[in-house]
Design a protein around this ligand. Sequence first.
Ligand code: GDP
Ligand code: MN
Length: 379
Amino acid sequence: MKIHEHQAMEIFGEYGLPVSAFDVVTSPAAARAAAESRGGSVVIKAQVHVGGRGKAGGVKLARDAGEAERHAERILGMDIKGLTVEKVVVAEVVDIDREYYIGIVVDRATKKPVYMVSSEGGVDIEAVASETPEKIHKHSVNPERGLSDAEAAELAAKIESDPLVAAQVADAILKLYAAFVGSDASLAEINPLVVTSDGIVRAIDAKMNIDDNALYRHEDIAAMRDTSTDTVELTKARELGMSFVKLDGNVGCLVNGAGLAMTTMDLIKQHGGEPANFLDIGGSSNPDKVATALEIITSDPKVRSVLINIFGGITRCDDVARGLVHAMERVNTDVPLVVRLTGTNAEEARSVLADHDLMTADTLDEAVEKVIALAGRDS
Ligand code: GDP
Ligand code: MN
């Protein structure tokens, strides 16, 4: 789950990171008032779930409260990469001497958090990463031991030579790691971490993505979810405890289990098709869930056929088949369905489906070939 900059700032502050003081406002008049209370000069920052706000005109410095109000007026309602700005942060302004980058992501290849630091922080870190990757220093962290003071000092020394400043950078590096682990984040980033002209280190931007599977133990963070840009489909799926990810293809997938869903998508690709979505209905044959899943998938006009791939373990195939029949009665769709059910009570399931207008397949390969043919390979 993505959270907004101001929410990440709040968490970073709790972990002792040197973040700027700020207010979150939704109107130009409130921006003016916030600027006045901070002595006039502030930075106005759009709160949207995309990077590169600065370049898109979503970050503006204001010298006085009047200018703060005008900037807020322009930024509120602005479209940044397809997202409408509904909130802005009014933050105290910082006098910047140099801008660094510090960030942590989970590296799937090494199965460890990887720390990245660079002296080339600011708005162009993506360009630095692709054009001069040697300027980004990487360090793999042992997740069981955590990050030691010595490792943090070593990373800090790669980007800052002044020992008084480097000590503050090392401290920020440690605290960001603590915030990353403590919040079950999959990404935590400060870009830029700045050094002021007085040699003080400050975090003036904050980004954090949280592992959805860990949200159950962070009620406070789960409550930060901004659903204003979620589609109806996504919200429905989440309410029923299903994982739904929309993709660009035309073959809809309704599967039980995340691993099986991945395999199904891989096979569709391997046979030359393009999956339209990832949808894991979980371990339930509840007809309501199956019907909603079908509604979600077929509401995408690009979907030309749907593969229903169910492995019956504890879930019984005949239950799923009956759920499917009920679902078909509720969902009005012309999109052809191909059903492959295997495992517990698969035989009984087949006879349930045989009585209805549902195409079945005995093997997964056969099902995938059928569903791709129905979608039309060239469209
Ligand atoms: P992003 O473009 O979405 O990453 O937004 P940032 O919060 O990183 O802001 C973009 C840029 O605006 C920063 O790299 C800074 O150069 C500048 N900026 C942001 N806050 C301040 C501030 O308090 N003072 C000054 N001088 N510049 C700022
Ligand atoms: Mn930034």
